[in-house]
Design a protein around this ligand. Structure first.
Ligand SMILES: Cc1cc2nc3c(=O)[nH]c(=O)nc-3n(C[C@H](O)[C@H](O)[C@H](O)COP(=O)(O)OP(=O)(O)OC[C@H]3O[C@@H](n4cnc5c(N)ncnc54)[C@H](O)[C@@H]3O)c2cc1C
Length: 336
């Protein structure tokens, strides 16, 4: 079991949680960040990494993955500590603040908590294949955080929606071999993406295995060697592969957050928009999970909320110090 102490604990490493680290860092507050996903970036990483975003101020067009990379670079001077692949399951009040406990048993003590939990903890819809667990994270993936990892590898991509199709197109540039397995003969992806996939299939760069569904895995328990697929009628095929990428959607659950006395209704938590304070002193909520009249669930809104929450959290972390508002042009970036 690992134990840590920090000024501010941030729950959720989506774009707003990451920017909260920046805003806290500018006020010289340290942060630990927890996310249920194995990679940072929240919805940007999990749902639409390759899509361009057009409404980030001063970035006329930026892909969701690039936005996350830029946020990561922006917060690097503050050396936040990330605890990924684990969900915050308990939040307990302590004399001097809060203690978070994660699903892996990590304990983080913090003076203040910034909840940037979006729609809740993300988790994959896992295919019901016997013996899949030891391969997960190693040869079976539900999310791509580093496409270079698949260079020269034999991949089976399963699923029929945007994620499966977009990753098949993207990874076709660098994988040795790609089989796309889908249980129907049509893909549910955006029409231009589905058309591009058909072109890649016609040129032999990608092989479509339709209509088939996943039926089993072969390997030594560490390294995958093949994926078994079947038709609805039971006809079986064996596809030699190093990795299985299964994109059957992600589920998000507020789960334990509902029990923290924050007045959560329909997946959102009411806050005072001038501070992002929830009804519980010391706990702030920002981004998609925070609500108030006329709230816009946009990344840029979450960024501003991160600034409000960090300034309000300062009063809790340093009750004995007055905070004088300063521009970044005056302070520079502490620690850089
Ligand atoms: C397809 C699509 C396109 C979009 N396009 C745009 C756009 O063009 N412009 C725009 O502004 N917005 C866009 N959005 C919306 C934008 O992505 C969200 O507003 C933004 O991601 C919210 O950020 P967040 O940090 O609040 O939450 P999220 O990005 O949802 O991140 C929350 C994180 O918290 C984690 N988490 C939750 N609970 C726990 C827990 N208990 N323990 C550990 N971790 C936890 C989750 O795993 C998740 O990673 C789009 C969304 C989608 C789906």
């Amino acid at each position: 079991m690992q134990e840590f102490t920090t000024d501010v604990a941030v729950i959720g490493a989506g774009p707003t949680g990451l920017f909260a680290v920046f805003e806290c860092g500018m006020l010289k507050m340290s942060c630990h960040v927890v996310d249920a996903l194995p990679a940072i970036g929240g919805q940007c990483t999990a749902l639409y990494p390759e899509k361009p975003i057009y409404d980030i101020p001063a970035a006329p067009e930026v892909s969701a993955a690039e936005l996350v990379a830029r946020l990561q670079a922006q917060i690097a001077p503050f050396a936040p500590q990330f605890h990924l692949d684990q969900q915050v399951v308990e939040l307990q009040r302590r004399e001097d603040g809060w203690e978070l406990v994660t699903s892996l048993g990590t304990r983080i003590r913090a003076r203040a908590v910034i909840l940037a939990a979006g729609a809740g903890a993300f988790g994959p819809n896992r295919p019901p294949l016997a013996g899949i667990e030891p391969y997960e994270g190693r040869c079976v993936h539900y999310l791509v955080s580093d496409r270079e990892r698949f260079r020269g590898q034999r991949l089976v991509i399963a699923g029929g929606g945007d994620s499966a199709v977009d990753w098949a197109i993207s990874l076709a540039e660098l994988a040795a071999e790609i089989h796309v397995v889908h249980r129907r003969d049509r893909f549910r992806a955006a029409p231009e993406s589905a058309a591009r996939l058909e072109q890649l299939a016609a040129s032999g760069r990608v092989r479509l295995v339709i209509p088939y569904q996943l039926a089993g895995l072969e390997g030594d328990g560490e390294q995958l060697s093949a994926v078994i697929v079947k038709t609805l009628e039971g006809a079986e095929r064996r596809i030699e592969a190093d990795h299985l990428l299964a994109f059957f959607g992600l589920v998000s659950k507020l789960g334990p957050i509902n029990d923290w006395g924050l007045d959560a209704h329909n997946g959102v938590i009411p806050v005072d928009p001038s501070t992002c304070a929830t009804r519980v002193p010391g706990i702030f909520a920002i981004g998609d999970i925070a609500t108030y009249p006329r709230k816009l669930k946009l990344i840029l809104t979450g960024f501003a909320e991160a600034a409000h929450a960090a300034h309000a959290a300062y009063e809790i972390v340093h009750p004995d110090r007055a905070l004088h508002f300063e521009y970044s042009t005056s302070t520079g970036v502490p620690g850089r």
